[in-house]
Design a protein around this ligand. Structure first.
Ligand SMILES: Cc1ncc(COP(=O)(O)O)c(C=O)c1O
Length: 398
């Protein structure tokens, strides 16, 4: 029998995560940097999965159902997501326009190949989750940087820069909303401005909304495709249950197409280049969307309290500055002042020497130089140890 504590009191379950458990669990996050380092890098949470996911995976094994899944006549992932999108985001989608994918990056690359030629421009709003840039480079396309930030707000969308910095060879925009690494939730005005340009210049918008459920109070996620039929028809939304429910290892995501024509174009790609869904990913995602809502509703205040604690702790760290993220469990820390005082080549190295593994901002593009990304989706006890070590690094630099 599984421990059902999370069904009763998920917060106690989140709090119970300790270092011994994390180190014994394996996985990239807690393995890469060895036993002396506290892991606050890759975007996995430290919490065990919701009971609904564990039961769904057990049920697959009990049925002995590990053969090829039969998803052609009825795709439960499409129905499950349609229901979730309606409940959580007021977004009505047609399940027949939903396709299962292995992950988010694979259809992104396939769409770049489909909608552009080598040498064409693909827009990213940097600093940006590194695989976006890598996908563009790997495809032989040109990275068009539309750096976030205006004179009023360092993480706002620079629509003027976007209009001025693109040309007739720009074919596709990679939107990340909510935005990784800044945690920005774009406003309706920002999204509408982008949509207007996309229509005027005939761009495809690939909207990665994988963090859409991890939103803090007084924020509202607007699915890009809801901005109207004309916008939907030139948008492909990529998302998954994997970030929300911490099941990225199960490898299942979805692409939501804006029209039957767009879907048919995608399906013109030889199917063996696209791969197929894993039965465990299917069952877990469907169960999470159907039965995981109470767990998520307990998780969000926990993450929010962690976020607020990070804001408080960073305010006391000399040389480090941040804006509170509006979404995601990622904090984007500006360490440029700290670096002025330190001999280490970058802040990532400096904190690693101090026993905390973060993500190096430079991997997010030149806009990320001097920054690090901190993952605060862990128990409060582990978070306090991470913050203590970071504070010691900062104090030692001044
Ligand atoms: C914005 C964003 N997109 C995609 C991914 C990865 O998704 P997948 O593993 O499905 O490719 C992540 C993971 O951190 C992410 O933050």
């Amino acid at each position: 029998m599984h421990d059902q504590r999370d069904a009763v009191d998920p917060t106690a379950w989140f709090d119970s995560v300790d270092l011994a458990t994390l180190r014994a669990r394996g996985g990239a996050k807690w393995s890469k940097y060895g036993p002396d380092v506290l892991a606050a890098w890759v975007a996995d949470m430290d919490f065990p999965p919701v009971a609904a996911v564990r039961s769904a995976l057990d049920a697959v094994l009990e049925r002995g159902s590990l053969g090829y899944p039969w998803l052609l006549e009825h795709n439960p992932v499409a129905d499950g997501f349609a229901d979730w999108a309606r409940r959580r985001h007021g977004w009505e989608i047609d399940p027949s326009l939903v396709v299962n994918t292995i992950d988010v990056l694979q259809p992104m690359l396939a769409l770049i190949e489909l909608y552009s030629e080598p040498g064409d421009g693909i827009v990213v709003q940097d600093p940006i989750y590194p695989p976006f840039r890598n996908a563009i480079i790997d495809a032989g396309r040109v990275v068009v940087e539309n750096r976030l930030g205006t004179s009023l707000d360092p993480s706002a969308m620079d629509l003027e820069g976007l209009a001025a910095g693109t040309d007739e060879r720009t074919r596709v925009v990679l939107l990340c909303n909510p935005h990784n690494p800044t945690g920005r939730v774009f406003t309706r005005a920002e999204l509408q401005g982008l949509a207007d340009l996309a229509i005027e210049r005939d761009w495809l918008v690939i909207s990665d909304e994988i963090h859409a459920d991890l939103i803090y109070p007084d924020q509202h996620h607007i699915p890009f495709a809801t901005l109207g039929d004309e916008v939907a028809a030139r948008t492909v939304t990529l998302t998954a249950a994997t970030k929300t429910f911490n099941i990225a290892g199960l490898r299942l995501a979805i692409a939501v197409f804006g029209s039957a024509a767009q879907l048919a174009r995608y399906q013109s790609i030889p199917r063996y280049l696209l791969g197929g869904a894993n039965i465990m990913g299917v069952e877990a995602s469907v169960a999470a969307w159907r039965d995981g809502e109470a767990w998520l509703d307990a998780l969000l205040p926990y993450l929010r309290a962690n976020r607020d604690r990070v804001v408080e702790a960073v305010a006391a760290m000399p040389g480090v500055h941040m804006q509170a993220p509006q979404a995601t469990y990622l904090a984007w820390l500006d360490c440029r002042e700290l670096l002025e005082r330190s001999s280490a080549p970058n802040a990532f190295e400096r904190f690693l020497q101090g026993g905390v593994a973060l993500n190096d901002g430079a991997d997010f593009g030149t806009a990320g130089e001097g920054f690090v990304r901190l993952n605060f989706a862990t128990s409060r006890g582990v978070l306090e140890r991470i913050l203590d070590r970071m504070n010691e690094v900062c104090l030692a630099s001044f």
